[in-house]
Design a protein around this ligand. Structure first.
Ligand code: OSB
Ligand code: MG
Length: 370
């Protein structure tokens, strides 16, 4: 396939409510949208690097630079033989997984559209609905956390995740557990602790949590492997897993029992599905994480979560959980059974609302084959 043109859009969208984690707070979410043009078709991708390098070292600016200087030329330099060809071409670029993934998503959209298939089918997924949950940011008080969680529970979210940080952990989790007994609940520390805090996590064993997500440092598989056996609650890794090798290392070390897969964190849907396949063979449950995506990245996450090993609910909430207005014409809506429906149109199954894109765009640039 000859890709004739790539457009990059740096966009900014106001979240309905600020999203607070152990590494900071986001009110206006920024990201990069990638449009790839070929043979009259357009493929869209979303690069999930944020403005601030708290979750990952990548930022909107580093991603713009690596996309412009490396990923765009890799795609425009010669006709592409497929997704794997793209993956090979960008392999010499060390790191920068979110930038790689944003471009890759546009290519997945393009290739599955060209095949006339929904991306989910194109990737080998069979489900037409995927189970989902909601990720609730750190709130100003325990009271407000409980109220926020109850409101999401009442909206029909069947699984709740709450963010924790030092000083706002055990008591908050206990209060939420008491407010929603029996509802699947998990916590996410976003790397905020060290092994010295093991006791806090041991005390969480009484709360019947589904899992504890990324308590220790991103590069700390060793200490995770020391913490995991001290707990009854399964440990799940997010930030630590950047590739299939990391998944294998983490599982071999006993550093986790569950893996959160985010396409952006692992260089794209291709590596994400390889991690899925490996975990599926090993009987290790996986679930799809989220990065507060627009309708574009959300559609890709929904497609990924149709693979059979995604047995735990994803952080893929309905569009209206995040934004008043999305950049896509189609919105994802929570079904009464706590799922999101998989779009059945070709590719990502969503279309870009140009009027919204124009209003959200801070900067755009186009690149053509010369
Ligand atoms: O750690 O899972 C995380 C959002 C931004 C950065 C990191 C994380 C998150 C979330 C949000 O938890 C999940 C969602 O998109 O709903
Ligand atoms: Mg996480």
């Amino acid at each position: 396939m000859l890709i004739d043109e790539i457009e990059l859009y740096h966009i900014k969208m106001r979240l309905k409510a600020p999203f607070r984690t152990s590494f900071g707070e986001e009110q206006d979410r920024e990201c990069i949208l990638v449009a790839a043009f070929s043979e009259g078709l357009i493929g869209w991708g979303e690069c999930v690097a944020s403005r601030f390098p708290g979750y990952s070292y990548e930022t909107v600016k580093t991603a713009w630079h690596t996309l412009q200087d490396f990923m765009v030329p890799a795609v425009l330099s010669a006709p592409l033989a497929g997704i794997q060809d793209y993956v090979q071409r960008v392999k010499p670029v060390r790191g920068h997984p979110m930038a790689k993934a944003g471009m890759e998503m546009a290519l997945w959209d393009l290739y599955s559209r060209a095949a006339g298939q929904p991306l989910a089918r194109f990737m080998g997924g069979e489900r037409d609905r995927v189970p989902v949950g909601v990720s609730v940011g750190i709130q100003p008080s325990i009271e407000q956390m409980v109220q926020t969680v109850l409101a999401f529970r009442d909206q029909g979210y069947p699984r709740i995740k709450i963010k924790i940080m030092p000083g706002r952990d055990l008591e908050v989790a206990r209060a939420v557990r008491e407010a929603i007994p029996g509802v699947p609940l998990q916590v996410d520390a976003n790397s905020a602790y060290t092994l010295e805090s093991a006791l806090i996590f041991k005390q969480m064993d009484d709360l019947d949590l589904l899992l504890i997500e990324q308590p220790l440092g991103e590069d700390d598989l060793v200490d995770h492997s020391k913490l995991a056996p001290q707990l009854l609650t399964p440990l799940c890794l997010d930030e630590s897993i950047h590739s299939l090798d990391h998944a294998r290392w983490a599982l071999e070390l006993g550093a986790c029992r569950i893996i959160n897969i985010k396409p952006g964190r692992v260089s794209g849907l291709y590596e994400a599905s390889r991690i899925h396949d490996y975990c599926f063979e090993q009987g290790v449950p996986v679930w799809c994480g989220g990065m507060l995506e627009t309708g574009i990245g959300r559609a890709a996450n929904v497609a990924l979560a149709t693979l059979p090993g995604f047995t735990l609910p994803g952080d893929i909430s309905a569009s209206d959980r995040y934004y008043e207005e999305d950049v896509t014409n189609e919105a994802f809506v929570l079904n009464s059974d706590g799922t999101l429906s998989v779009p059945n149109g070709p590719g990502l199954g969503v279309t870009v609302k140009n009027s919204a894109l124009e209003r959200f765009t801070l900067n755009e640039e186009g690149f053509r084959v010369t």
